[in-house]
Design a protein around this ligand. Structure first.
Ligand code: SAH
Length: 204
């Protein structure tokens, strides 16, 4: 997976490649899909949600340019896999999930794999961020929004980076927003397809 899906497509950050090698993706995938754990695709995790394609998770982690000192907000815990990757790259991760059953699943998966020590899973509407632990040097959103939710920009540290799929319900662009000196710069990293963000600043 790391050679064929990540290195070949341009993922270069050695810390990201190392994290993706170290974290057992099969432990975050439901038993019936375990044989497909390392396939180049998203997989069903229940409640109509998916664990993202490995390449997308690596790309989203890489653009945050984490060094290991940061507090990161992960919106859309799902299986907890993406949070585990971020946890290996940052000092602390708050992972927020709107579906209680998935918040529990993420928590269990992280605990079972011994990856949960610097990760706090909370249940709530991540389109409003999680002000209690703000500001965040990195914010990663794993569900597609009609636009960047304003509370997330407010909770972003300065300097800080946010990555989020923005667009329609079926296809989106993966946007990277960089806050520096109070100014937000944006670029498009790629095109993508994510499940919709719910909640106040999502698709409701
Ligand atoms: N990162 C996950 C997969 C994300 S799928 C993993 O590694 O497995 C997107 C997730 O976002 C789903 O679990 C969905 O329930 C959640 N979600 C959607 N809207 C949300 C919101 N407003 N706040 C928090 N989580 C949300």
């Amino acid at each position: 997976m790391v050679d064929r899906q990540l290195r070949k497509r341009g993922i270069r950050d050695p810390r990201v490649l190392e994290a993706m090698l170290a974290i057992p993706r099969e432990e975050f995938v439901p038993p019936e899909f375990r044989v497909s754990s390392y396939q180049d695709e998203p997989l069903q995790i229940g409640h109509g949600q998916t664990i993202s394609q490995p390449y997308m998770i690596a790309l989203m982690a890489e653009v945050l340019e984490l060094t290991g000192t940061e507090t990161v907000l992960d919106v859309g815990s799902g299986s907890g896999y993406h949070a585990a990757v971020l946890g290996a790259l940052a000092a602390r991760v708050i992972s927020i999930e709107i579906i209680p059953g998935l918040a529990r699943l993420a928590e269990q998966n992280l605990r079972r794999t011994g990856r949960g020590d610097n990760i706090t899973v909370v249940c709530g509407d991540g389109s409003q961020g999680w002000p209690e632990a703000a500001p965040y040097a990195g914010i990663s959103v794993a569900a597609a929004a009609p636009d960047i939710p304003p509370p997330l920009l407010d909770e972003l540290a300065d300097p800080g980076r946010l990555v989020i799929p923005v667009g329609g319900r079926l296809d989106q662009e993966l946007r990277v927003a960089f806050k520096s000196g109070g100014v937000i710069h944006e670029r498009i990293a790629t095109f993508c397809r994510f499940v919709p963000l719910r909640g106040e600043a999502g698709w409701r």
